[in-house]
Design a protein around this ligand. Structure first.
Ligand code: 5GP
Length: 188
């Protein structure tokens, strides 16, 4: 089963994903490849596999990605090989991916594996506060890029099975855990 978590950068997806892995048996992550630079505290192979733009473009030519997208001026993509290995392991994969990637993965994988898609919603002003407080040293321009993306991402909400207003961390984590438990019992 693949659980897709979307919502703009700063919606809290990464923290929520970590908490689900900690609290639930059989839940794993699937780091994407990206050409963006690691942030403070990020480790190779944990949040992402960090590669250069040139390496990324070479991997695109080699058809190594299920899907990829260029946003915030960087590439992000899902490796076919890693995804297939993890699906074959029978574990529940939680993947944090934006709306274009979700749309592509739904088309590609809906007949291959059970998919559950969840959109985490956050108000624009709250998002601005979180992006500033996050301590990633984002420039004003980078913050504006992410805020401008919010309207676009929200226009795609209808793609998703679930929409959660992420205004309380504990509530959101509990809701997602309940969704996963329920979906495990519903066949494709
Ligand atoms: P950040 O730079 O804040 O880690 O992530 C920026 C955006 O890239 C987030 O919305 C995240 O969900 C998205 N993202 C992460 N991995 C992938 C991926 O493999 N494919 C696509 N299309 N988007 C991704």
């Amino acid at each position: 089963m693949l659980v897709i978590l979307s919502g703009v950068s700063g919606a809290g997806k990464d923290t929520i994903k970590k908490e689900l892995i900690k609290r639930m048996d059989n839940v794993i992550s699937l780091p994407s490849y990206t050409s963006r630079k690691p942030r403070n505290g990020e480790q190779e192979g944990v949040q992402y596999h960090f590669i250069t733009k040139e390496e990324f473009e070479q991997r695109i030519k080699n058809d190594e990605f299920y899907e990829y997208d260029l946003h915030h001026e960087n590439y992000y993509g899902t490796s076919r090989k890693l995804m297939n290995e993890k699906i074959a392991s029978g574990k529940i994969i939680v993947k944090d991916i934006e709306v274009n990637g979700t749309e592509n993965l739904i088309k590609l994988l809906k007949n291959e594996t059970k998919l559950v898609t969840i959109f985490l919603r956050v108000e624009k002003e709250e998002l601005r506060r979180r992006l500033i407080a996050r301590g990633d040293n984002l420039t004003n321009e980078e913050i504006e890029l992410r805020l401008n993306r919010l309207d676009y991402e929200e226009s795609k909400i209808k793609l998703y099975d679930y929409m959660i207003k992420n205004d309380n961390f504990e509530k959101t984590v509990n809701l997602i855990m309940a969704i996963i438990e329920n979906e495990k019992n519903i066949s494709n």
